[in-house]
Design a protein around this ligand. Structure first.
Ligand code: C2E
Ligand code: CA
Ligand code: CA
Length: 757
């Protein structure tokens, strides 16, 4: 049982919040981010591809436009010669070979780099030819003529098409059905070329009927490397070239030049521009930054979540702790205590090693709270906690059950002596004065103990036993510990019954007040009386005040009872003008804010002289807040009444702090007087107390004086007044009046033993 205070293993729970959070939040975030990234990449790639496609289409368009332009230029160049007036003169009207050579053939070859220049007459017979600076021979004609003849047929209107050729858009037809110009791209002798034909003199207003017989100037200009280089520069293509059937490197674009009938004229290739790659290249850094951003964001989110998860876990641990512990002092609370108690009971049942529950109740804690405020009360609880923890053994569990209630489960065992020793240590520790915020505070503590042994009942019964023992401890005078025994059960029910009866007795005026004489030191003169309450129960007979006063205090009836006794005592006391009337005041009465007012009103109502009233207070009224107690006393003193400290020697007897309180009288408790003859040091203490009281300017009364020896001793010690059976028991008012009339009849008769001997 050495680990009573240790938390249960079940408290160390595993927290899986983080794992759950990771699944429920991180996975969706990850998926969203991944999808977003994929979308972005796809968008970039597809737009890059689209840009590539657009660029290629554009280049294609430019290139085919350039080829058309090339053909049309060739036509314009031929036309510039063939349509001139001098050509009409020198070729059409009268063929002049020299002029034709110089102004047509050499001119077109030299200035426009035409490869073949031919002139055919109205019957399509060659008039002139220049093929690479020479006139064409028969063999050349045999090879080239069919391809040239197709264009001439078209010019003459004999054929509407030119197989294997792309006709460029200048097919202006005359009324006679002939064409004045024609230009086409086609393969000539296996090489791609622009081939253009112009009817000579067509612009010269010659009758169109004659056009069918007009000479035709025909020119061929190959699309060779120089031409391609020109086009490439013009439209900005890279590495433009003619390719045969061979493969081209990847990344090169191939342009097939084919006639409408599908016949291939040529194949060109160039290095295609790839703006898509540029786009990708230029976008990649941004995507990288965005990805890094996402990663960072995800990292932040994860970190934040991890922290939150940790915080939540810590919060839960704290909540658990809060649920099981007292927030003010940090001790385990009633729930924790209940669990532990049951576990300990189980252990005891199996191991047979007894344990004990100590139920601790602080006296007057409520007064501290009410008068000094809750912050001081809280601090007091913390101080009590500290003192308790220091007093207990390592294995003992201490819990706070509520306001001013604490409980201990101790493994000290079933030995009553050891348990009582522990309880006494606790009481001593808790009753030492506290200093909180400059306030001196003294409280008390009562302890009820229940032993947990093999035969014990459940936790609820154990607590009920401890509670009953606590009740007994309080009634036996507080600052005490009591161990539960079976008789207490019977006691408790008897008490409950008596409580009801007492209530009725107060209501029905069944109580009486008797007066015990208080005499001067010689014992010969009665100087006062103490009012003592009596209750003659209709069936149980005379019930001793120790019993019913305790019940009255426990139930709160003491307030009414006390007020009644005070009024009765003052009424009766009016008959004895030479006597002081002492009335007992319970701490519960004294603490009530209206107590001084009640005393004042009772004095007024009865017309009793305040100087003859002596209120007897016990040290317990001083517990709690010393300042409030002092203020209450001063209010009473202001009425003119006197104050006596009753039962001196049974409480804390802190002589030092007694100095602060305005007592007029000290009443040395009967137990001291009783022990004078038995213990030498008791006599010494009585001596010291008497001289202290005198030193503080107080009168000293000795209570319970029964023998002549006690009387002699106390008189020698300097006691001012005596009270006890030697001088008379509590008597009725009539008896007191009788005694006042005949004092000599009441003198003590015996003599001290020393004198008798
Ligand atoms: P107390 O105030 O100390 O009253 C003195 C008690 O000692 C009285 O007991 C009295 O009868 C008893 N006594 C006096 N001389 C002797 C003696 O020589 N020998 C012995 N053995 N006893 C002596 P009582 O009347 O039984 O009262 C007991 C206690 O009950 C009182 O103790 C007082 O504290 C309380 N009490 C009685 N009446 C009232 C009351 O009206 N109000 C309050 N608050 N308490 C009361
Ligand atoms: Ca008294
Ligand atoms: Ca007393």
């Amino acid at each position: 049982m050495s680990d009573l205070a240790a938390p249960r293993a079940s408290e160390q729970q595993r927290y899986t919040h983080w794992d759950r959070a990771r699944l429920s939040v991180v996975v969706p975030i990850g998926v969203i981010v991944a999808v977003a990234i994929v979308c972005i990449v796809v968008a970039v790639l597809s737009s890059a591809q689209r840009a590539d496609e657009v660029a290629v289409a554009h280049e294609r368009q430019l290139f085919s436009g350039a080829l058309s332009n090339y053909g049309l230029r060739v036509l314009r160049e031929v036309d510039s010669v063939a349509s001139s007036q001098s050509a009409t003169e020198n070729i059409r009207r009268k063929f002049d070979p020299v002029w034709t050579e110089q102004r047509a053939g050499a001119w077109l070859a030299a200035y426009f780099k035409h490869d073949y220049i031919l002139v055919f007459d109205g019957k399509d017979q060659p008039l002139y030819s220049m093929v690479g600076h020479h006139a064409a021979d028969k063999a050349w004609f045999a090879r080239a003529h069919p391809e040239l003849a197709e264009l001439i047929d078209f010019m003459r209107g004999r054929s509407a098409i030119m197989p294997g050729a792309i006709r460029l858009g200048v097919a202006h037809q005359t009324d006679a059905g002939v064409h004045e110009h024609a230009v086409a791209l086609r393969s000539v002798l296996g090489q791609p070329a622009a081939i253009a034909a112009v009817a000579v003199g067509s612009d010269e207003g010659i009758a169109t009927a004659a056009d069918t017989a007009a000479p035709i100037m025909l020119s061929v200009k190959f699309i060779n490397d120089d031409v391609l280089a020109g086009i490439a520069t013009q439209i900005g293509l890279t590495n433009l070239r003619a390719v045969g059937d061979g493969a081209v490197p990847e990344g090169d674009f191939v342009y097939e030049l084919s006639a409408p009938n599908g016949e291939r004229i040529a194949r060109f290739a160039w290095t295609a521009k790839r703006p898509g790659a540029e786009i990708v290249q230029s976008v990649v850094p941004f995507i990288a930054v965005a990805l890094a951003g996402f990663a960072l964001l995800a990292a932040f989110v994860l970190r934040y979540m991890r922290r939150t998860a940790v915080a939540i876990a810590a919060g839960e641990t704290r909540l658990r702790h809060l649920a099981m512990h007292d927030p003010l002092c940090g001790l385990p609370n009633r729930i924790f205590f209940g669990e532990r108690l049951e576990a300990v009971i189980d252990e005891v049942h199996s191991s047979n090693a007894p344990a004990a529950v100590l139920y601790i109740d602080l006296d007057h804690f409520k007064d501290v709270n009410d008068t000094l405020g809750h912050p001081v009360g809280d601090e007091l609880i913390r101080n009590v906690t500290l003192r308790l923890s220091h007093t207990l053994r390592g294995g003992d569990l201490v819990a706070r059950l509520g306001g001013d209630e604490f409980a201990v489960i101790s493994s000290v065992g079933g030995d009553a002596v050891k348990i009582m020793a522990l309880a006494q240590r606790i009481i001593t520790a808790l009753c030492a004065p506290y200093n909180i915020g400059g306030q001196n505070i003294v409280i008390g503590a009562s302890i009820g103990i229940a032993i947990i042994d093999r035969n014990c009942a459940g936790a609820a019964d154990i607590m009920r036993y401890a509670d009953m023992a606590l009740y007994r401890a309080k009634n036996e005078g507080r600052n005490r510990a009591c161990i539960y025994d079976a008789a207490m059960d019977a006691d408790l029910s008897k008490r409950k019954l008596l409580e009801g009866d007492l209530r009725e007795a107060i209501e029905n005026n069944q109580l009486r007040v008797m007066y015990q004489p208080i005499v001067n030191k010689s014992g010969e003169t009665m100087t006062g009386v103490e009012a003592l309450c009596r209750w003659n129960h209709p069936t149980r007979g005379e019930i001793p005040p120790v019993e019913f006063i305790a019940i009255a205090e426990h139930s709160g009836l003491i307030v009414e009872l006390g007020a009644w006794v005070l009024r009765q005592a003052l009424e009766d006391g009016k008959a004895w003008p030479e006597l002081t009337v002492a009335v007992n005041v319970s701490p519960l009465q004294f603490r009530r804010a209206d107590f001084a007012g009640l005393v004042e009103k009772t004095l007024d109502d009865t017309g009793f002289d305040p100087a003859r009233l002596e209120l007897e207070l016990t040290e317990t009224v001083l517990l709690g807040n010393i300042d409030t107690a002092e203020a209450g006393m001063l209010r009473l003193k202001a009425l003119g009444v006197r104050l006596a400290l009753d039962d001196f020697g049974t409480g804390y007897s802190s002589l030092l702090y007694l100095r602060r309180f305005p007592f007029d009288k000290l009443k040395i408790d009967r137990s001291f007087v009783l022990s004078i003859e038995k213990a030498a040091d008791a006599a010494a203490i009585v001596h010291a107390v008497v001289s202290l009281g005198r030193g503080l300017g107080m009168k000293v009364t000795a209570e319970g004086v029964e023998t002549a020896d006690q009387h002699l001793f106390l008189r020698a010690a300097g006691v001012h007044f005596m009270q006890g059976y030697r001088f008379g028991k509590a008597a009725t008012p009539a008896e007191i009046s009788a005694r006042l009339r005949a004092p000599q009849d009441y003198l003590p008769v015996d003599v001290p033993s020393a004198m008798a001997g």
